[in-house]
Every structure is written in structure tokens, then in C-alpha cells.
Design a protein around this ligand. Sequence first.
Ligand code: AMP
Length: 216
Amino acid sequence: MRIVFLGAPGSGKGTQAQRLIERHGIPQISTGDLLRAHVKQGTALGLAAKAVMDAGKLVDDATILGMVRARLAEPDVAGGFILDGFPRTLAQADGLGELLRDIGQPLDGVVLFNIDSAELIKRISGRRTCQDCGRVFNVHTAPPPSPPPCGGQCEQPKLVQRSDDTEAAVAKRLAVYEEQTRPLVDYYRARGLLREIDADAELETVTARVEAALQH
Ligand code: AMP
């Protein structure tokens, strides 16, 4: 199963991807997570990306495509993957198409997470990440179990808010989504790959909707 999760920041793509990778045994490839790993390790890529990310803007297409190309060459993606937060521009979508053609593994589908912007802002403001394991929780919609927050991997809850989840950065990220990422809806619809779900519901309900969308 090779799929893309498409939707605005805060629409639940990452949370649902985490649930599905456990069920389907395929990896989640989140370009946001890959970038945050670079920032944490202090690589040249990470240093350049941090300012762009904190401003809520998009990292350039060539950097992102290079990162994804390297990730797709790793052995664990042979059985499929969930792309989360990528592609985010038409150039990235074209680049992904070429990459997958090269390896003879076309996309099976694109799941679009539909949700209104007031709910998005509420969700983003409640988002917390476990500093140790990287799992994402939400004080409003997916509260962390107490303790441990990540199924026993972490000794103590170490939940932090992302540095780009500030009000100004969130407003910018939503505007960038509308301008640069929204056109991908028509792009994938025209290719017959789009599956839309209403993502404004309880965690379990949304998971069931994603699973149903993937059956088609
Ligand atoms: P995310 O965790 O997906 O919300 O991504 C966090 C930030 O990383 C975004 O606001 C962008 O600055 C950057 N980023 C992540 N994925 C991409 C992408 N596919 N293209 C460009 N920038 C990205």
C-alpha cells in the first residue's frame, strides 16, 4: 500500500498515520519529522531549514525531494508507505511521480483530510509531542495516557509544544497550505487517486473512515 495523506496542518494526518503503520506494518514517511530530525542533529540541512520552518514557510522543493528520494531507497519501504506532509507543492507532486515511476511503484491512493479552519487552530494549539519517542498527542482530542505517554518506551512524560505551533506561524502555515498545497486536491482528483474523508470526528471514527477510504 503506497499512499499519501493530504490535508492542512492539524487535520490529523500524522496521528492517523501513526495508527495505521501499527496495523499495516508499513512506515510513515513524514517530511516534517525528517526535517525536525535534521534540526535536532544540527546538520547543515537542519540549520538552514529551522528558520524557514519556524516562520511557517515551506522548505525548498529540491531539498525536500532529495530527502524523500533517500528515504524511499531504504529497505523498509519495499512493502509500502504512508507519505505524511509530502507532497506539498505541485513541483513536489511531479517529483514524487517521477521517483515512483523510476522504482516501478506507483501510488495507490491519496487520502484528503477535510476539516474546517476553526477546528484546525484548536487542534494545533492543543498539540504536544513526546520529546523522547516523537509520538504526537493532543490535549483536546487525543490526550496522552498517564504515565507513560508512549506505550512504555518513555519513563516520564516529556511533552513539548512544537516551535512552529505559535499563533503567527500557524496562521502562515494555513495560508501556505491554501496557496501551495490545496492545488494538489485537483491534481490527484484528475488522476483518479483522491479519496476524501471528513476528518472532524473522534480519533477512532476518523481511523475507520481512513480504512474505508483505503478499501476502494
Ligand atoms: P509538518 O510537521 O508536516 O507540519 O511540517 C513542519 C514544517 O516543515 C512545515 O511548516 C515546513 O516548514 C516544513 N515541511 C515539512 N514538509 C514539507 C514539504 N513537503 N515541503 C516543504 N516544507 C515542508
